[in-house]
Structure formats: C-alpha cells, structure tokens
Ligand binder design. Sequence first.
Ligand code: TRP
Length: 355
Amino acid sequence: MSSFKPLVFSGVQPTGNLHLGNYLGAIKKFVALQDTNDCIYCVVDLHSLTAQLVHDDLEDQTRQITAAFLAAGINPKKHIVFNQSRVMQHAELAWIFNCVARIGWMSRMTQFKDKAGKDRENASLGLLAYPSLMAADILLYRATHVPVGEDQKQHLELTRDIAQKFNNDFSDRIAAKGLGVEMKVGEEIVRGYFPITEPVIGGPAARIMSLRDGSKKMSKSDPSDLSRINLTDDADTMAKKIKKAKTDPDALPSEVKGLEGRPEAENLVGIYAGLADISKEQVLKDFGGTQFSVFKPALAELAVAKLAPIAGEMRRILADRAYVDGVLSDGGAKAGALAEATMKDVRSIVGLQQG
Ligand code: TRP
C-alpha cells in the first residue's frame, strides 16, 4: 500500500511583533517536531495582504519571523524555511481550491466573521478566500500534520473538506492517471491525491490569553501592550507586565480542577507550564496554595530565562541580513521543487494543458 509520508507544515504571518502566544502556541512546537519529522515552515507573506493591503515593512517583518524560527532552534539545513511568495504555486493551487471550496464554507469561518466585522461587503475578497490559500499552503506539499494554535482548528477542518472534495470530485481522473494514494480516514481506507491532514493542537499552552483579560486571546493587535509579552521585551518589561497581569484575589489551587472559572489564573499557570515544559498539574503541585505575589515573580523569572536568550539570538541573526535572505532563498528553491511536482499532477488531474 502506498501511503503518505509523514510531513509537517506550518505557517506564521509576518505582521507585528511576535509574542508569547506565537512562541508557545506555534514556534516552540515547530522546534520539537523537527527531531522526529521532515518539516516545512513558511512565513506566509501573501496571507498578510488579506487584512491590510499596504505595509511599510513587510520584507523586514518576514525577516523577523524567519530570525525567530532560527533563533528558537529550527534547523534550515535539515528542514525547509522560506517565505510563501517565493513559491508562486501557492497562489496557483489556491485558485484551484477557490473553485473547489464553497462560499458558504468560507463565510461560516469565525475568523472571517471577526475580522470582517459589520461591514462585510467592504472586506477584501482575499480575507474571505484566506482559508483556501491556507489549504493550498498545506496541500501543495501533501503535508500530513500541521501544528497550530487552537484558533486555527476551523481552518484545518476546512482544509480537510477541500482535500476530500477534490479527491471525490476528481476520483475517476485521479485513478485513471494512477495518482491515488491509500490513506486511513477514521476507520475507513480511502484513496485520493491529497491527504486528510491532521492538526497538531494541544499541550498546556495551546491557547495563551491576554494578560489583561482572560477571555481574550493574546494578540498583536490588542491596543494595550500590557496585554502581551513580546519576544523582544527586555527583562524589566516582562517582569512589569507579569506583575500587572490581571488575577483574582485567591491563592492558586492545588489541582487543575480548581482553575475552573478562573481564566486569568489558568492562563498564567498554562504559561508557566508551557515555558517550563511541564504539565499544569505539576505547576500546581509546586505552587498550589501560594499567592500571586509569590507566583508572579517566579513566572517572570522563568519567562526571562527562557525568552531573553531567544530574543538575543534573534537580534544577532537579524544583524546578518544576507544570511537570513540566503536561508529564505535556499528554502524557496527546495520548496519550489516540491511544489512544482505536486502542481504537475494537479494540472494533469484537473485537465490544464501543460504538454
Ligand atoms: N492562518 C494561520 C494563522 O493565522 C497562518 C497560516 C497560513 C498557516 N497558512 C498556514 C498555519 C498553513 C498552518 C498551515 O496563524
């Protein structure tokens, strides 16, 4: 039985400063996965045009995310690191997926509804089509596993829907050309050209919330800088933000159950667990019964110990712009070769003349 080779793909948008949520929710997982998998990590610059068309510093933001990947420990010699726009096949496959996906699927996406707001008619068509480009990013490499934050789960379900509809609608042509691959979906064995990708979500820090409001995601677009810890914050700033983080007056519980209904406490415990690579249970074993006046300084110390070296390394890497650009260019060449092999098949399946 031929089956898909395990391959990890993920992407990060080059907009704004990277914060703790990006690091714990995504980049740290990318680093962990590279020991046991082939990985492709992409700075998705085309995606950043969906909400805002004109950027002053998109190229530098792209370099920053690249430097963060490298500083966190991603090895660009063993794996592929590149920016999306270098590989035009992303846009080509996205177009085909625009014709596979239904408008109804797209307009149900909560991220679209949130970002488009009340004036939906005035949102860019790209914002609506965003998940179709994301599906193209992943399926262009026929990736099997995608590490992402909790908020991207719905987009991954849509990626699976697109793969499934493509496999179904073109099943005869895929079979006739001998391009079908067997795969297990649930309990069933099916054949198709694209894999039904699995999300890799979870861990104690899958969802990092704002330090000011435990019901809102930590976000680069929050107007209050106190709401987030940026990777590039200095030690004093990190300590100040953690000290000012919203909490309730009670001591920490000794069991995870005791965090229910205490979103701010749960968030800080999750951050500690994520940074220390331990479970929330373990954090509470160590800190259950202590007041935030004790826990917060411990958390600040841990955050500085874990993040300051990465920020320092990022600065060092960014100073060598030619090196960063070289990584993206090498990665783009490697990704481009894989992408073109897929697109040759896809053009042939769809019936686009290329002989
Ligand atoms: N939509 C993702 C986010 O905003 C970024 C992204 C684009 C992505 N393409 C991807 C993530 C492919 C994983 C796989 O975080």
